[in-house]
Ligand binder design. Structure first.
Ligand SMILES: [Zn+2]
Length: 282
């Protein structure tokens, strides 16, 4: 069964809680690091969904065209990388619309997927789902059924589910991979869908968890950021929790991804959920 692979396309300073108005002076590295990921995916025949940050599309239109020409799906990661629960619904809608237009102008293709910065659709920001559907988004991958200091709805569905608003509009929610602790252990899910967890776990643990999910006949969705394959990016002082997860084991990512691509088959959300998305678009 093909699984889903995705990349949250943002530069290193955009994923560490520095507000957008302070991004000016930082070294731009996303074209090079994303280039390394594109090369690796090409080598293993992986087609992914790339959730591109609007600000990246604005600064690097050539990168968006390159991703598109390589056959990957392009979806949106919002515009400013501000946590959704810190935005007003009006600003969320404005930024979403702007990011979708930027991408669609570059690729000529409809944007149908969304992932929130830091998975920040939580109990506090469920209002965002109605806005996503309203703006033409067919699937979202922002609700993480785990405990985390920045995100998570621990008891949310672990598997893809159709969510419906009061007016009957529907959208597919596809969380990244988690493994449910078996009884009699506590009722909680172990995150194993990529990002910092891919860097923290030894690869053997990562693979064991994904194989257990496969045995359950379930979908797997794994993601990564371009800056996670760029261990040479600048080190700056950050609050401990941010710094510990951001810089941990960066030089392990490429080799772990290589093994992951050898052990599992990955496609984009658009390909894996083609039937469901056709139905939602009809
Ligand atoms: Zn992000």
């Amino acid at each position: 069964m093909p699984h889903v692979f995705s990349v949250d396309v943002e530069d290193w300073y955009q994923g560490i809680e520095i507000p957008m108005d302070q991004w000016e002076g930082f070294e731009r590295r996303v074209k090079a690091s994303m280039g390394d990921l594109l090369d690796l995916m090409a080598r293993y025949g992986v087609t992914a969904t790339c959730f591109v940050l609007g600000k990246v599309a604005e600064e690097h239109p050539d990168l968006v065209r390159r991703i598109h020409e390589a056959g990957h799906e392009i979806a949106t990661h919002g515009y400013s990388h501000e946590k959704v629960y810190n935005l007003s619904p009006e600003r969320f809608r404005r930024e979403l619309r702007h990011s979708i237009n930027l991408i669609q102008d570059l690729t000529g293709e409809r944007v149908c997927g969304h992932r929130a910065p830091y998975f920040t659709i939580t109990e506090e920001s469920l209002w965002a789902l109605d806005i996503l559907r309203d703006e033409g988004i067919l699937y979202d991958s922002s609700i993480h059924p785990v405990f985390n200091y920045r995100y998570g709805i621990p008891n949310a569905d672990r598997q893809p589910s159709v969510i419906e608003s009061d007016d009957g509009a529907q959208m597919l929610e596809v969380p990244v991979a988690t493994y449910p602790l078996p009884d009699p252990l506590p009722d909680a899910n172990i995150p194993c869908g990529g990002g910092a967890y891919l860097r923290i776990y030894p690869y053997r643990v990562q693979r064991w968890l994904l194989r257990r999910i496969e045995e359950r006949g379930e979908h797997i969705s794994v993601y990564v950021h371009p800056w996670e394959v760029d261990p040479g990016h600048p080190k700056i002082d950050l609050p401990f929790q941010v710094s510990a997860t951001h810089y941990w084991n960066l030089d392990s990512t490429l080799s772990k991804l290589e093994r992951l691509f050898q052990d599992f088959t990955f496609r984009s959300y658009r390909d894996v959920f083609a039937d469901e998305l056709d139905e939602l678009a009809a």
